[in-house]
Design a protein around this ligand. Sequence first.
Ligand code: ZN
Ligand code: ZN
Ligand code: ZN
Length: 338
Amino acid sequence: MPEFRKDMILDEWVIIASERAKRPEMFREEKVKIETPSGMVCPFDKGNEEMTPPEILRMDLNGDIIDKSDPNWQIRVVPNKFPALKPVAAPGTKLYGMYSIMDGFGLHEVIINSSEHILYLSQLSQPQIKLIIDVYARRLREIKKDSRIESVIIMLNQGKDAGASLEHTHSQIFALPFNSPVLEKELRGTLRYYRLHKNCAVCDILDFEAKENKRIIFENNHFVIIQPFASRNPFETWILPKRHYSNFENISKEETQSFSECLKLLVDFFYNELSNPSFNYYIHTGPLHTKTDHHYHWHFELIPKLSIKAGFEIATGIDICITTPEDTAKFIKEKLKI
Ligand SMILES: [Zn+2]
Ligand SMILES: [Zn+2]
Ligand SMILES: [Zn+2]
């Protein structure tokens, strides 16, 4: 029987279509799909630093900030050369006839994940991935000082199908003067849940899933990797912090270590065991200047590009998932031998 399942964070329904279901192993191909490097001069490589706009931050593998002339860098943060948003514009709306317009105010930064020309996150070591997470938190704490910025999205597109415009592995940070519609929805959904149940939806998910043990893939001291109950996409995977807190930038040192272990495990799984699909991942974190501590719980979502949204999904906003999260969790655990 196809089933409507409710996502308790977004407070919306999805369809788990077990009738037309694909077995998780059907997404696996014979060979790992590796895109051929384009061979073009890459602005993100060591030695080509002058090809990017003036950098914001440069760090070595130890996580120390180093001088802009030091060639031994592991990670750099630069403003996007073709930004979707600009920091110079003034906030505030104007009218254009019946329409509203606002200057495209905000920040659009690029985090060059590695000084080597590497295409896939799985080709980086866990300490290198930990450094990327460190930089995410560090940039957020810095961006937070600007009271005009209300919300931030941290994301990574990997592979052509995920919309990565440059093949060299990089992350992006968008800072907005308001909450994105998805964040608004999550804030409303979790507030509604909090009022009804006097508890945080994500904390309750963690409790329930630990008891059920059908969708949890892995856990360590501070994080849980899980297939969401109301999964919207085949192999959609979340990493949830066990500690309740709304804002990612408050992640501790030990948590960063734990998170990097989860992220490394996950990207290695997709690379080695699922033929390296393109994917998008992002961090949903609470607004920077509005307190949402009691009901919001930051989290990480990874969506591999394994299916295409068709008319029904676009027209209704109801996603159809053609795998069950229970089968997928089982499949991943078998492959990872955990
Ligand atoms: Zn490169
Ligand atoms: Zn919570
Ligand atoms: Zn979310």
